[in-house]
Design a protein around this ligand. Structure first.
Ligand SMILES: *Cc1c(COP(=O)(O)O)cnc(C)c1O
Length: 487
């Protein structure tokens, strides 16, 4: 497929601008000396270009997308409608507070609802993603210990069933990461936890449900142990889809949480849009929150407030504001019961698929799961040489987006399946048939399964090369973008 730079013709334009009727105030020396090399394209060429790109990708609007841990649920279109209202789009973050009262009220209500759902006392909308929220939350924990002059607490405990971003964020925030193994039941090994807790414990990061899709049954004991050792408890709530409306991390002994509005609260992500990873905390940590907090005065006027002990900004202004608009729309549309039903259906759908697939697939921890479950291709690999990767590639030919593969790391040849609550029983049944069909093929004709996909535009790209030497620049006039042309 040609790039936009390889299409069109010089001199062609897709916009008609009126004559400039104001004097130019830019001094000549500041003006561009040479014309910019932009492709000359008509509007129809641009429109077709992006449509054909979209056809080559698989999105939530195209079909089933059970990408574990990513919650690729359907995002209701009404979210887009509210987020594009001019009162939310045609504003500037530096406008005086009295001219943006509606937006401040929106942030205020969103904070209240998200605090209600998570059991926290305050929240910042600044972090732009889940991992960014983790980093922010850990800085709150750091600020807390420093404010008490408790300098030796430099270790964060992270179970091996945590999301991969957890240890990375802890290291980024300057902590030493202590990894502890999971027990046979897939939950935190309490004995090991006890061994590593001590006066140097800054806190524990718990992904719950963990990456095996399991709710840690010892959660109350775990948070109590960490508190008794003087540490704080961090809840990775990126996958709140499974528990919202049912239990609240704030009631289970957690002091800090991040949530992913772009997963649980139905804002598009991946190629679809920016994220938002609000961080909530208990009252005693509120003073450290980044950015400005919206406060409501007695006369119903909303003002911005920055605390003196704030850790500073982690992003400009109020984070990705439009994502908050989408999330709040979603929460209001669902209401209290809808939030609960959403979680129940996410769990029901995952368990339905788990049980149906366990006829042939090996479920890694075969017990009631939360919103997702993990199957292992370990035996399949041993017996037929078919890998998790082969199954994933085969699914593409059936119009199903593959599950997350080779994650979590503690399961060999893992396929992590998260159907989400927005799928119907019919869709799940079709997908189950597809999974089973591929399994049968893998047993009967493994050599054919190695060749999948047969029908996609790109079949099996060299993923290592793509990750280590991505071509991110385009050299004008060079053959095959070899770098011999002009940047
Ligand atoms: C997705 C996810 C994250 C990271 O969120 P990003 O927005 O991708 O940075 C962290 N923890 C868990 C459990 C997740 O599923």
């Amino acid at each position: 497929m040609k790039l936009l730079f390889e299409k069109g013709n010089t001199g062609r334009k897709s916009s008609i601008l009126p004559e400039n009727d104001v004097p130019s105030v830019i001094p000549k020396c500041a003006l561009r000396q040479k014309e910019m090399r932009l492709p000359g394209l008509s509007e129809s060429e641009i429109s077709r270009h992006y449509s054909s790109l979209a056809k080559r990708a698989h999105g939530v609007n195209d079909g089933f997308y059970p990408l574990g841990s990513c919650t690729m649920k359907y995002n209701p279109k009404i979210n887009e409608e509210t987020a594009s209202l001019s009162g939310f789009t045609k504003i500037h973050p530096l406008q005086p507070e009295n001219t943006v009262q509606g937006c401040l009220k929106l942030l205020y209500i969103a904070e209240k609802y998200l605090c209600e759902i998570t059991g926290m006392d305050a929240m910042t909308m600044q972090p732009a993603a889940g991992a960014h929220g983790e980093f922010t939350g850990l800085l709150l924990i750091k600020a807390y210990h420093e404010s008490r002059n408790d300098k030796k607490r430099d270790k964060i405990i992270v179970p091996d069933s945590a999301h991969g971003t957890n240890p990375a964020s802890a290291a980024m925030a300057g902590f030493k990461v202590i990894s502890i193994p999971s027990g046979k039941d897939g939950c935190v090994d309490i004995v090991k936890l006890k061994e590593v807790l001590g006066e140097d414990t800054a806190g524990l990061m718990l992904t719950n449900p963990n990456t095996l899709g399991l709710f840690d049954k010892n959660i109350l004991e775990i948070t109590k142990m960490v508190h008794e050792a003087g540490g704080l408890n961090y809840y990775d709530g990126a996958n709140l889809n499974a528990v919202m409306g049912i239990v609240r991390p704030g009631d289970m002994g957690f002091d800090v949480i991040h949530i992913n509005l772009h997963k649980t609260f139905s804002a598009p992500h991946g190629g679809g849009g920016p994220g938002s990873g609000p961080v909530g905390c208990k009252d005693f940590l509120k003073k450290f929150l980044p950015g400005k907090i919206v406060v409501k005065q007695e006369d119903d006027i909303y003002m911005l407030h920055k605390t003196e002990e704030s850790i500073g900004d982690v992003k400009s202004f109020y984070g990705n504001f439009q994502v908050v608009v989408k999330a709040l729309t979603y929460i209001i549309m669902l209401g209290k019961n809808g939030i609960l039903e959403t979680a129940e259906n996410a769990v029901l759908n995952a368990n339905y698929m788990r049980v149906k697939l366990s006829d042939c697939y090996d479920v890694a921890y075969d017990r009631t799961c939360m919103h997702e479950f993990v199957v292992t291709m370990k035996n399949m690999k041993k017996e037929h040489g078919v890998l998790a990767l082969d199954i994933a590639k085969a699914l593409l030919d059936y119009g199903v987006h593959p599950p997350t593969i080779y994650f979590p790391l503690i399961v060999h040849e893992a396929l992590m399946i998260e159907p989400t609550e927005t799928e119907t029983k019919e869709t799940l049944d079709e997908a189950i048939c597809v999974f089973k069909d591929i399994y049968k093929k893998a047993e009967e004709a493994p050599e054919k399964v190695h060749e999948y996909p047969y029908n996609t535009v790109v079949r099996r790209p060299d993923e290592v090369l793509a990750a280590t030497k991505p071509k991110l620049q385009y050299y004008m006039g060079s053959k095959n973008n070899t770098g011999k042309g002009v940047l």
